[in-house]
Design a protein around this ligand. Structure first.
Ligand code: CDP
Ligand code: MG
Length: 137
């Protein structure tokens, strides 16, 4: 089974959608290996999104991700990376398929409710960014 990292972003927590998103995760057959609420520091947000450093949206993204708590989750499923990205929907909610989390709940391309790893290698790095092995059940 494969793993991926999900983040319920600050807008998800502020809009009280964490329960609904967790329901969707479980309804769609993912196992939750780890789950916790944390407040990212600026240094953590910058490091987590370092692949986007220099892009026009980077500073705004770091501000957004640090404006309030997030819920991070390690998910397990066959093809977890692709399966979670399918449930999230396209980055821009205007392009997201019906029924996806971003179509249902996101305000715009920046404030888009959830994060998902983009590849299995990235998922390994991102899971270990937030969880030690002993925290993954
Ligand atoms: O999150 P995802 O992998 O779908 O998209 P990304 O291209 O890796 O971008 C990371 C995050 O940056 C997005 O989820 C958005 O929150 C933000 N972003 C943005 O604000 N404006 C863009 N044009 C692209 C991304
Ligand atoms: Mg990405």
């Amino acid at each position: 089974m494969d793993r991926t990292l999900a983040i319920m972003k600050p807008d998800c927590v502020q809009k009280k959608l964490v329960g609904k998103v967790v329901d969707k995760i479980l309804e769609n057959g993912f196992n939750i290996l780890g789950l916790k609420m944390i407040r990212l520091s600026e240094a953590q947000a910058k490091a987590f999104y370092d692949v986007h450093e220099g892009k026009p949206f980077y500073d705004e993204l770091v501000d957004f991700m640090t404006e309030g708590p997030v819920v991070v989750a390690s998910l397990e499923k066959e093809n977890a990376v692709a399966a979670w990205r399918e449930l999230m929907g396209a980055t821009n909610p205007t392009e997201a398929d019906e029924g996806t989390l971003r179509k249902l709940f996101a305000d715009n391309v920046g404030r888009n409710i959830v994060h998902g790893s983009d590849a299995t290698e990235t998922a390994k790095r991102e899971i270990s960014f937030f969880f030690s092995e002993t925290e993954l059940i």
